[in-house]
Design a binder for this molecule. Sequence first.
Ligand code: SF4
Length: 359
Amino acid sequence: MSAGDVFAERLLAWFDEHGRHDLPWQQDPTPYRVWVSEIMLQQTQVGTVISYYERFMRRFADVEALARADIDEVLHLWTGLGYYARGRNLHRAAVILCRDHAGRFPDSLEELTALPGIGRSTAGAILALGFSRRQPILDGNVKRVLTRVFAIGGWPGRTQVINQLWSLAEELTPDSRVADYTQAIMDLGATLCTRGKPACERCPLAGHCLAHARDETTRYPAPKPAKVKPVRQITFLLLENADGELLLQRRPPSGIWGGLWGFPECADENGLAQRLGELGLRLKQQRRLVPLRHTFSHFHLDINPVHCAVTEMPGDVADDATLCWYSGGQRLGLAAPVKKLIETTELMNDANSTMRKAG
Ligand code: SF4
């Protein structure tokens, strides 16, 4: 007996005893009824779908009734299910089925996937459940089961991973009882092999499951990789006067660190002379400090701090309420990396100094 046979046999034995057999779309599973249920189940839990499905079927008992309906009525019955493109595609596909296929569902993968809203897995489910044809499916539940049992790493959205999963799904699908097998693997994913805490102790596949054996079930399936965040650069000017105080500037009320106090900035060191001139300061000495990175939700900010010993040019410093010389004693809202730089560079030389407005 092949590994695939053992897999299917165990799953089917579990399904006979513990699987779900009384879902509305399991009664009289015509391709139409299977199709509507599969579309509704795409982004919605079984418990929510049942009442919508029953209402939909009472109103649109077959594909002709759906094709004849006004789209507004279809969407009205979809209200609350979300992802309304599903309802619109269902209606469009029903019109095409009546126009091009005399209201009958085609029984080939190619023709089914040519219809709006029907992907390979939904087509597989229609063929397996509605026609009892041997055809694999690979919905979210099945992906979770297969990545765990075979410890398949990598995000299933990646071509290489999805191809590997389709090959496995194809190999494991048995020749007989294909409808029950399809329902069984979906049920296992929905009821035992759940996302958060799989009930491995009750799972018929536990003896074959690599993720379970390695106690690594939460590693699979791998999550979608986070988007690479862009990196921006900024130069912070740590301007220290003869009293050991640092010049801080209040940031505009909106934008990053809105309203907090930070160091004067420039795009890079080339802008240093101009910035000092604007602030009415003369450079005595400068040295680079260790760069640091601050990460926001949508980008990284690489901060290049430059420490400058400065003297004030009499009468030249702007009378600006957004500037202050900071001695360490004032209670100011500081942006996190500013606070860190003040602490780590130990530039504060007199904790009792008082704040005075620049100028
Ligand atoms: S043993 Fe656990 S992780 Fe493996 S398939 Fe079963 S429920 Fe999922």
